[in-house]
Design a protein around this ligand. Structure first.
Ligand SMILES: [Zn+2]
Length: 281
């Protein structure tokens, strides 16, 4: 039997989905995590957009999903955004609740500096694995970061320590249900992405690390990809930026494309938001 243990549940029961960039993408039959094999992360300048362009994309994205998570910020007193980028979400939270204590964590030092100025709060420019345990938070967010975390077990143990009692961890990430195809996505960004959530993965995580899963929202990826947020977000390719603008500004075209993409991906691809609450469950 091949040695391709799931990095989350450690079981050795998985099925091959496809091969990309010389890596297998395998789906665990126990916890549904989709993980690359061999499980080796390569972090190359994966998103070399300038801070200004990056922020424009972040802000459009935040505008589309903030309504789902805003209620959690009403009473919270302290907040950490892991992988905060240029500070788009931190700034939005400040406008929503001006007295909440805000912190960010961003590995890219140029973006960390930008975020500190833009969101006007402290940004740690190191991994949370190196953070001391003196600070803890009512809310921790993890927005489009899950697929990059190199060690899930250490991460969830560490984040539990960094959450206050009944604190909430809000995760937003791509969800790929059994039966997805390689050509469902233009670029899987493997091996920068080392794993993707499957249908039961978040429930498994909640149980294993003693969280209560208090909310789950699934947004079809077609709605997210063929949206104002995505179509007007500046990317690196001028040609693709132009195409996206044409789609956005041509009456009826984005509606038609969304219908086609939804049919094509047959309900397998979503963006999932989950809220995990710390407690002794
Ligand atoms: Zn597993």
């Amino acid at each position: 039997m091949q040695n391709n243990h799931c990095p989350l549940c450690k079981e050795n029961q998985s099925a091959l989905a496809f091969v990309s960039n010389g890596f297998e993408l395998r789906m665990c039959e126990v916890c549904d995590l989709n993980f690359i094999h061999p499980y080796l992360q390569k972090e190359e300048d994966r998103n070399p957009l300038s801070p200004g362009k990056q922020l424009a994309g972040e802000q459009l994205s935040v505008n589309s999903y903030f309504k789902y998570i805003a209620p959690y910020f009403i009473e919270a007193k302290s907040y950490l955004d892991i992988g905060c980028g240029c500070g788009g979400l931190l700034k939005t939270v400040a406008n929503f609740n001006p007295i909440i204590g805000r912190y960010g964590c961003e590995g890219d030092s140029e973006r960390a500096k930008f975020a500190a100025d833009y969101a006007n709060c402290e940004i740690f420019d190191h991994s949370i694995f190196n953070a001391d345990n003196s600070k803890s938070f009512d809310i921790i967010t993890l927005i489009n970061v899950f697929s990059h975390i190199p060690n899930l077990d250490d991460f969830f143990k560490k984040s539990r320590i960094m959450l206050n009692e009944n604190g909430k961890m809000i995760i937003k990430t791509g969800l790929f249900k059994k039966g997805f195809k390689k050509n469902n996505l233009f670029d899987w960004q493997i091996p920068e992405h080392v794993h993707f959530v499957g249908d039961r993965t978040m429930e498994y995580i909640a149980e294993k690390y003693r969280f209560k899963l208090v909310e789950r929202v699934d947004i079809p990826l077609a709605d997210e990809l063929i949206s104002k947020n995505f179509l007007l977000s500046p990317g690196l390719s001028t040609f693709r930026n132009l195409l996206k603008k044409i789609v956005y500004f041509t009456p009826g075209l984005s509606f038609l494309l969304k219908k086609i993409y939804t049919k094509y991906t047959k309900g397998k691809l979503y963006s999932r938001i989950v809220v995990l609450e710390k407690g002794d469950f």
